[in-house]
Design a binder for this molecule. Structure first.
Ligand SMILES: [Zn+2]
Ligand SMILES: [Zn+2]
Length: 566
């Protein structure tokens, strides 16, 4: 009925104006033109009063923006365009109707005031996909913008993030319903409070990961990268091939931001030079794809301890004296807090330390306290999970999860099930950082942040240990003490770490034994051990330099004689 009225209205208007019949612009076409900003929204209720000229103008605008011949008619190319997949945001806002039609990026409103933005995926298993892989894809999409601007993006697990990401279908509470599979793929909100910055994806689409391509499928990376452009303040670009072009184009492997989009983002947030995190080696990109998570450690917070009793050292059994480490003259394999006591591991032994010092009866065999399924001669790293319910040990390429002194069933498991590279030989240290209550793994020159909920390391790790300024590569262990501070250990020394300034509290490591193992201090003068972090300084004193010069002269002399003889 409405449709008939509309057509009759248009015909009568056309007749009145004595121009060509205009029934080509049916209701669907007009809705399309209105939705994407080519006809003013305010005319929607009085659509039958639109003049033919107004419609032709709108169609010409649409064609011009998309880069089609501007016929002003719904020809084949235009009809095809209107059926193709695209972003749900309008190409023109009301204010743009009478503005210039430069072909280039456009900016909407004001940019974010801060450059360190946070983001969070708020839909579990979106579209039935693996949440971890979706997060990795979203992270890659944001990274495109980060690489080309001064912006940084940090993933947090909170609905207070700047950019909240949802997968939803049909009406989803924001007045911009999705339309089932096809046509509208996603939309996003420009920078601002509340919904500002958020991105919504139509869950009815067939979302493809890893830059796959099928006829019906849509690349999540391509669409997410486009939507995040809106989240950062860019509107649609009429440059075909630009990321902010409104129609779905897909993106190639190793895609880089096109010039038009780069100019846009840099006009708002500046070019990326001297960015703090820019020098992190991208070693993770060369690693094999990560295994799917196979287990999940539940992490509800508990204020009481599990009722399971802890094993106690069997002091009645005589210890073989030959392999007992000297607690005052050694490095330490692993240190952790377990139920507010410090556990120090070396070789096959451990010490336990309470508020009044190291307990009697220690060291004792690790296997006397923790029921490993086989004999062990060392542990590489150990930490207590954030919820204080589990103890996780790392030995070589495997890890073991204990509930109190008992090994959980199904363990040990390979490190790669945590998303760590298969080539990783061992973990040096593992701890929960007091600064953010997140779990970190260290190995060699790298560290990873571990997601306790997905039970995998996060997608944008590893990073270089140099982020923890002043700490050496190849640490022995790291742990958070009861004071909430972080301590890194290497050799016989340790550093206290200043979490707020992100650097060691003292450049020179201090001797571990006197402070941590109740050992006599060798004296104030020698308590600081000379242990230059990271760079081994090779300096020759003047006498050795002189003797070296002398040697060089003699060698040159001998060579000269040798050459003359031959
Ligand atoms: Zn868009
Ligand atoms: Zn929405």
């Amino acid at each position: 009925m409405i449709f008939k009225v509309l057509i009759i209205g248009l015909i009568s208007l056309a007749n009145a104006a004595n121009i060509r019949p205009s029934i080509y612009a049916d209701e669907k076409v007009q809705n399309y033109l209105t939705s994407f900003g080519y006809l003013p929204e305010s005319d929607k209720e009085i659509a039958n009063l639109r003049t033919d000229q107004q419609l032709r103008e709108a169609i010409r605008d649409l064609q011009s923006f998309a880069g089609l011949p501007t016929t002003g008619e719904i020809d084949q190319a235009t009809s095809k365009l209107m059926n193709s997949r695209r972003c749900g945001l309008p190409d023109k806002s009301d204010s743009q109707h009478h503005h210039s039609r430069h072909k280039r990026f456009a900016i909407h409103g004001s940019p974010w005031r801060h450059r360190n933005l946070t983001w969070s995926l708020r839909t579990e298993r979106p579209g039935g996909l693996n949440t971890h892989e979706v997060r990795r894809e979203l992270g890659s999409a944001l990274n495109l913008w980060a690489r080309n601007s001064k912006l940084t993006f940090r993933e947090i697990n909170s609905d207070r993030a700047d950019i909240l990401i949802y997968f939803q279908r049909h009406y989803h509470g924001d007045g911009y319903p999705f339309d089932g599979r096809g046509q509208i793929l996603a939309h996003a909100f420009f920078p601002g409070p509340d919904r500002g910055g958020d991105a919504h994806f139509d869950e009815d689409e067939i979302w493809l990961l890893n830059n796959e391509s099928t006829e019906d499928g849509t690349s999540l990376l391509a669409v997410a990268a486009h939507e995040f452009g809106h989240s950062l303040g860019l509107t649609h670009s009429s440059v075909r091939g630009a990321l902010m072009y409104p129609y779905y184009q897909g993106i190639s492997q190793n895609y880089e931001l096109p010039d038009d989009d780069r100019n846009g983002i840099q006009q708002m947030y500046g070019a990326p030079e001297d960015k703090l995190w820019a020098n992190i080696p991208k070693s993770h990109s060369t690693q094999p794809p990560r295994a799917m998570p196979t287990t999940t450690i539940p992490t509800p917070r508990r204020t009481h301890y599990p009722s399971t009793r802890w094993g106690h050292p069997k002091t009645s059994r005589p210890l073989p004296a030959d392999d007992i480490p000297d607690k005052c003259d050694t490095s330490y394999d692993a240190i952790t807090i377990i139920r507010r006591e410090v556990y120090v591991f070396k070789g096959s032994y451990l010490w336990r330390k309470g508020d009044k010092g190291i307990y009697h009866g220690y060291p004792t065999k690790i296997t006397g306290v923790f029921k490993f399924p086989h004999d062990i001669d060392h542990v590489d790293a150990v930490y207590q999970t954030v919820d204080e319910r589990k103890i996780v040990f790392f030995i070589g390429k495997k890890y073991y999860v204990f509930n109190a002194g008992n090994l959980e069933s199904g363990y040990p498991k390979p490190l790669k099930t945590l998303g760590l590279p298969e080539t990783l030989e061992k973990i040096d240290g593992a701890f929960v950082w007091g600064y953010n209550n997140r779990t970190y793994f260290f190995s060699g020159t790298m560290y990873w942040r571990f997601d306790e909920s997905s039970h995998e390391v996060e997608w944008d790790y590893p990073r270089d240990i140099s982020m923890f300024k002043g700490v050496s590569y190849n640490i022995d262990t790291v742990f958070q003490w009861k004071n909430g501070k972080t301590y890194f250990f290497k050799g016989k020394g340790y550093w206290e770490f200043d979490d707020l300034r992100m650097r060691v509290a003292h450049k020179t490591p201090k001797l571990s034994a006197p402070f941590w193992m109740d050992c006599p201090s060798p004296g104030i003068e020698t308590n600081d051990i000379d242990y230059s972090p990271r760079k081994a300084k090779i300096t020759l004193n003047s006498s050795s330099q002189n003797s070296m010069k002398f040697s060089i002269i003699i060698i040159s002399f001998l060579i000269t004689i040798f050459i003359k003889k031959t």
